[in-house]
Design a protein around this ligand. Structure first.
Ligand SMILES: [Zn+2]
Length: 373
């Protein structure tokens, strides 16, 4: 992350406020200089430690068995599957969905790698868009989807469109979005096979906002910025595409991952969920994004408890799992997750009730899988 963001002015402002609140008099013009180096602290290096003596919960394991609906092939790249399983066991993850995005021989090799642990992992495939720009596209892609299903794929994902099309796949399809009629056959076949589709649309709103001192999520937003990509479909445009897609394919189940990147406006997400019963969300990799709004988030979870899946999307590290569990289960306040997340703000637990936890941890997933039987 190459961020060079000075917080000098913010710190000076905060220090001047502190001075005022203590003395109740304006700070003198000839103040002694701040401690050496303070004015050179970079925002990206800012790692405050909470001073609050409020209740803190030490989490070891989730309260109920968990199905992690959003993970990838991290174990193959690093650590191995056995180690991933040990970590899952340590925190109570009974099953993990591996979103491979892959088709063909790559999908098969991933599937085979996890096959000895079939009771602990479920492997989803991607779409093969080969020839998408030529007449006659469709039947071969559908045939490959059916082949992956025959191998063992039970869902599709993670498809990804941050505004420039479904480009994050082996066969990128620029400027083709999920509501494109050319994809109708694939999405229809998913309905027939009861294969849910995990779809990533857009990015969190801060990535679209000016990268300046007003950007509420500046630290993380700068790493994933989209404000400098004028040719892409914007945030609302991508939400519209998601809506068009779920409306166009009412028989197909869609899981908009990362809360459809609407964590900043859960009321808009609530409207979508209320309107389209074939739409679900996962919360993968968006724990920090709801960390500042625990009451609004908890209300959303209570209201839509049947439509939310637990997901991680952040490897298999034990501390990562425990942080997600702490945020969902406890009412701990103002704690930091610097090692997990890119934002600079403190987190707060949602304290979700047991019946909601059970649903998002495993009951909703089992209901979805049960549909296939
Ligand atoms: Zn993902």
């Amino acid at each position: 992350m190459n961020r060079i963001l000075y917080i000098t002015s913010a710190l000076v402002f905060i220090m001047s406020l502190a001075t005022c609140s203590i003395s109740h008099t304006p700070a003198p013009m000839t103040e002694s200089p701040p401690p050496s180096g303070v004015q050179q602290i970079l925002l990206e290096d800012y790692r405050p430690i909470s001073v609050y003596k409020t209740p803190t919960t030490e989490i070891m394991s989730a309260k109920y068995p968990v199905i992690d609906m959003h993970s990838h092939t991290y174990a193959l790249a690093e650590g191995g599957i056995e180690q991933a399983l040990k970590n899952m066991d340590a925190v109570g993850i009974k099953k993990t969905i591996i979103l491979t995005k892959a088709t063909g021989a790559v999908f098969d090799s991933i599937y085979n790698a996890y096959a000895p642990y079939a009771d602990r992992f479920e492997i989803w495939c991607g779409f093969d868009y080969t020839g998408y720009d030529k007449p006659g596209f469709g039947p071969a892609a559908v045939a490959e989807l059916e082949r992956c299903y025959a191998v063992g794929a039970r869902g599709v994902g993670e498809l990804s469109d941050k505004g420039s099309g479904l480009v994050r796949s082996k066969t990128p399809v620029p400027r083709i979005h999920l509501d494109d009629p050319r994809l109708d056959g694939l999405l229809q076949k998913c309905a027939e096979l009861d294969m849910p589709i995990n779809i990533h649309v857009a990015e969190p709103i801060w990535m679209y906002l000016p990268m300046d001192a007003t950007n509420d999520g500046l630290m993380n937003a700068f790493s994933w910025r989209l404000d400098n990509k004028p040719d892409i479909v914007g945030h609302q445009g991508m939400i519209d595409i998601l809506e068009n897609t779920v409306k166009r394919h009412p028989e197909t189940t869609f899981i908009a991952c990362h809360y459809a990147n609407l964590s900043y406006d859960l009321s808009q997400l609530a409207e979508l969920l209320s309107s389209y019963p074939n739409l679900y969300v996962d919360n993968g990799a968006r724990y920090a994004e709801v960390g500042p709004i625990p009451r609004a988030a908890a209300n959303f979870y209570k209201e839509y408890q049947d439509r939310i899946f637990y997901g991680t999307d952040m490897g298999h590290d034990v501390d990562m799992y425990r942080m997600t569990i702490r945020q969902l289960e406890t009412e701990d306040e103002h704690f930091y997750g610097h090692d997990q997340y890119g934002y600079h703000w403190a987190l707060n637990g949602m304290g979700l009730p047991d019946e909601v936890l059970k649903k998002i941890y495993y009951e909703n997933a089992e209901r979805l899988f049960g549909k296939k039987d």
